[in-house]
Design a binder for this molecule. Sequence first.
Ligand code: PEP
Ligand code: MG
Length: 538
Amino acid sequence: MIELTGKGVSGGFAIGKINFIDEKAVTVEKRRVSDTDAELKRFDLALKTASGELDALYREAVLSVGKGEAEIFNIHKMMLEDFDYLSFARDMIKNECVCAEYAASVTKEKFSHMFSSMEDTYMKERAKDVRDVSDRLINILEGKNQTETCSLSGIVAAEDLTPSQTVTLDKKAVCAFITRAGSKNSHTAILARSMNIPAVAALKDSLRPEYNGHTAVIDGFSGKVYIDPTDEIIKKAEKEIRNESEVAEQLRTLAGKPTVSTDGTKINLFANIGGLTDLEGVIENDAEGIGLFRSEFIFLGRNSAPTEVEQFEIYKRAAQRMEGKKVIIRTLDIGADKNADYLNISKEENPAMGLRAIRFCLLHRDIFKTQLRAILRASAYGNISIMFPMIISRSEILSAKNILAEAKKELSAENIPFNENIEVGIMIETPAAALLSDTLAQEADFFSIGTNDLTQYALAVDRQNSAVSDLCSENIGAVLKLISMTALNGKKSGIWVGVCGELAADTSLTEFFIKSGITELSVSPRYILKLRKKIREI
Ligand code: PEP
Ligand code: MG
């Protein structure tokens, strides 16, 4: 037996055969062409085919993994429409009289190198996308099948999965992912969690191609991979898998049951969503409302901001689908790790501390007011609340409420219905907000604690940086103090306080939250029933 250690990025156990995704580099022959016009036409036709394939992949991905994940195919499409990329390839065909596949291959190398040598980690990651989309183009030009990975099953092994590979996988046949690269936030890890299968990343060179076809046991909790496992390891994994499915079955029985602790304390158990496609999981897992609708996802992966009508339709559908249950829409939290080119946010040294969220909105009142009008209009169709992100002061709340008042006035003048008494809350995700929570409570109808950012800012630990991520759990005490202080100040002012960051799903903290006076927990839909079980036992 060989034991490998990586990073467990999606919990769970799996037993299966290792199946390496074919990582052979696409090699392209340099062929001379005499009719460059015909070759340019062939190139353009392949572009059109690739664009059609990406549209189909997008639609498929929306259904299988949700809109947020699917956006990557729109990004790929945009790459294929990029002026510099296309000019470079076309010039090669025209001036050097080379075949289209060779031009695409050289363009791929040039542009992926350009991205990979960038400082910004997000831009670095785009190198993989350039390679992925260029290989699609080359395969089309060479008449190759694009969906080779479909047949992969068992434990899928790779350097790191590309978005194209992940959506063409037969998800029912795959039981785990293991990768040399990747981290908790890598595309493969996010996909594994949304598919509810174990994944181990960062195995580096210990994950060798010769393990292809070997049986392995994956432990997505500890990050262990056992190649050619002993009978004892297999038995242990089988037991864990049986336990997991029994637990899942038991949890299903909690759907429809109230979320009340043994002493009768009612907790509102809500879900976090990024778009309408997440609503199925919300309903399936019996969430009691939406505690955090990350509205910025509606703004990502497009060329211009969504219009008032587009946003109104989305918020309205969410409100209607939730049938009177609370839907808390967080206003645009753009900036930092979430950016959209068309918003022209200039490059910042420290974007997490820069012009993001409410700061951006107060500066771009038109975008902000459009969103507020859309939310207000949707409020006539269900139980919608508004929540402002990244607040650090009372004056920010007042400015945001002023713009909200303007939006209300406009709608009234236009005879458009909305809920005049719409609840307006704020996120507590900066130490400043927690420390000022007694004052801020005078201006807010509720607080929702965003522990992801609160932890980042309280501990000075970049939430994107895996090298320092262990510091969060080791130093949680400071964050918990800020949470208790916020809960206490909220209670004193008679407003409710919830938690919507990732810590809300940590069952080792549930008792602490309840004792602190937190009355709402908002988590990913998949954690709802597990958390209900925990609360009912407290
Ligand atoms: C948070 O910061 O905890 C939060 C819920 O917001 P986001 O993760 O979207 O920044
Ligand atoms: Mg946040």
